[in-house]
Write a protein that binds this ligand. Structure first.
Ligand code: GLU
Length: 304
């Protein structure tokens, strides 16, 4: 078996000369624009609890769309199968905040990982729980450390989130959103603003490599079938318009965010999180993708 600590340290060392040299940090809000590009962190946790991490693996960053994984998990827990009445599960082939497709498909988002999809899941969740509190409880429970919102990021998301505001109102116009759009968006923006480190995320996503079982307690977070479905959606829809590239180069279910984080799952084996803020054109972390590619090449791990 590979010594994971050594593998992660080798990856961090070999990417160090490239830090901050290429790609662009997300700049649509000041709190993201001022994050220095020259960060790199990587962490993993195996299904049986072995951990390894290197670089800036304990530095908190804005998890952004990685939160859609946990919003979906709450949706599966609370709403069950009826969640799929208003959300599809096909790759969108369109930008993550596109209005066009939503118009031609009568306000039903293609999948839960595009913005409209996460907004629709949030609306359903509001029937069952307080989703702001629920997501923090879920995440804090999963990584056994307190997890918080970054209120500055949440406020900036709300101030500049014109497209998200449009998406929510558009779905409301089609009768696909039950709650007031502003209430749903407040939750959505807060979920995007969650701050966590690579190590916390590698721990928190642990149920996805354990057939739905909690990484520490072993209690079910999701059923095995639900966890497989989350992995399937990550593989097909988790990385903006680069799902094909991820499958080709990396071969693992992944979910990324514009804060530069990517969570990856090797079913039955481990969960991995990388963070480097500079993004390539598809909105995925440039060095994060390279690191995952190096990891799978070195370990031979893949779902294919
Ligand atoms: N907060 C961003 C938005 O809603 C999400 C960005 C992301 O995809 O990570 O536009």
């Amino acid at each position: 078996m590979d010594d994971y600590q050594l593998v992660l340290e080798d990856i961090a060392d070999s990417l160090r000369p490239e830090l901050g040299k290429a790609g662009h940090v997300a700049s649509y809000i000041p709190a993201l624009a001022r994050v220095p590009a020259a960060h790199f962190g990587i962490a993993l946790r195996t299904a049986d609890g072995v951990e390894a991490h290197a670089g800036d693996s304990t530095t908190g960053f804005s998890i952004q769309s990685i939160s859609k994984l946990f919003t979906l998990t709450l949706g599966m827990q609370h709403v069950g199968e009826r969640l799929w009445e208003r959300i599809g599960r096909e790759p969108s082939g369109n930008p993550f905040n596109s209005l066009l497709q939503l118009e031609s498909e009568q306000g039903i988002p293609r999948n839960p990982f595009i913005n409209a999809g996460a907004i629709a899941v949030t609306d359903r969740l509001l029937h069952y729980c307080d989703p702001k509190r629920a997501v923090l409880e879920l995440l804090s429970g999963l990584c056994e450390e307190p997890v918080r919102f970054d209120e500055e990021v949440a406020a900036s998301e709300a101030e500049t989130g014109f497209r998200n505001i449009a998406l929510a109102n558009f779905m409301k116009g089609f009768g696909r959103i039950d709650h007031d759009a502003q209430t749903v968006l407040d939750v959505y923006f807060h979920h995007c603003s969650i701050r966590m480190s690579c190590l916390q995320l590698a721990r928190a996503a642990g149920y996805l490599c354990r057939d739905g079982l909690h990484p520490y307690s072993g209690e079910p977070v999701l059923t095995g079938r639900q966890a497989r479905r989350v992995n399937a959606l990550m593989l097909t829809c988790g990385t903006y318009d680069a799902a094909g590239e991820f499958a080709f180069r990396i071969g693992l279910p992944c979910k990324s965010g514009v804060g530069g984080g990517i969570v990856a799952v090797v079913p039955d084996k481990l969960t991995l999180c990388v963070w480097s803020p500079a993004l390539e054109e598809s909105g995925n972390s440039l060095l994060g993708m390279k690191a995952l590619e190096m990891f799978t090449a070195r370990t031979g791990l893949s779902v294919f």
